[in-house]
Design a binder for this molecule. Sequence first.
Ligand SMILES: Cc1ncc(COP(=O)(O)OP(=O)(O)O)c(N)n1
Ligand SMILES: Cc1ncsc1CCOP(=O)(O)O
Ligand SMILES: [Mg+2]
Length: 208
Amino acid sequence: MKLRGLYAVTDSQLLAGKFLAYVEAALEGGVTLLQYRDKSSDEARRLREAEALRNLCERYKTQLIINDDAELAARLGVGVHLGQTDGPLAPVRALLGHKAIVGSTCHASLELAEQAVNEGASYVAFGRFFNSSTKPGAPSANLELLEQARIKLHVPICAIGGITLENGAPLVAHGVDLLAVVHGLFGADSTAEVTRRARAFNDLLLIK
Ligand SMILES: Cc1ncc(COP(=O)(O)OP(=O)(O)O)c(N)n1
Ligand SMILES: Cc1ncsc1CCOP(=O)(O)O
Ligand SMILES: [Mg+2]
C-alpha cells in the first residue's frame, strides 16, 4: 500500500484537556497516519493514551505510529518513527517485522535518507520546512531537496515543520506524499475546525 495523505502528529501540551476529542475530529476528516508524540516519561499514561489511540485508529482504519519508542510500538503492534538520536533502525525493523511502518527523520540530508532506506525505512521525513513553534530548533530543509529526493528515493516522502493549509501546496507540488502536521491541524478552536482542516489537507493532496 502506497502511503500518501495527512500525517497527524499529536502534541501533549497543545491537546491537553481535549486529546481524544481533537484526535477523533482529525480522523473524521481523514488521516493516513497518526503519530503519538509524547516527550514525557510517564510510562503508565503513555501506555494508556497509546492504547486509546490504537482503538480509535482501528475504528477509522488509520495507521498508528509511536514516536521514539519501539518497545511501546512492539507492545501495541503498531508502527514507529525514529529520529537520528533514537537508536539504529535495522534492529527496530527486525523487532517489528517486515510489515510494520518504520519512519525515519532525515532533516535535510539525502545521505541520511538513503541510509534509512537501506536499513528498512518505510518512509523518510524531511524538515522543518517552515518556522515551527512545536520544534523551533529543528534543522531546516528546502524545496530543492525534495526534487532530488523524489528522483533518488523510492519510498514515500514526508515533510514536517510549520506546515499549514496556506503553505502546504508547494510541498505537494514538489513530490511530498505525507504532510506531517501538529499546529496547522490541532491548533484550532473547535473539533469542527480540526475536521475541516483535515479535509482541506486531503484536498491539497488530492485525496478523496
Ligand atoms: C514524521 C516525523 N518527522 C520528523 C519527526 C522528528 O523526529 P525527531 O527528530 O526524533 O524529533 P522528535 O519528534 O522525537 O522530537 C517526527 N517526530 N515525525
Ligand atoms: C517533530 C518535528 N520535527 C521537525 S519539525 C517538528 C514539529 C512539527 O510540528 P508543527 O507542525 O507544529 O510545526
Ligand atoms: Mg525522536
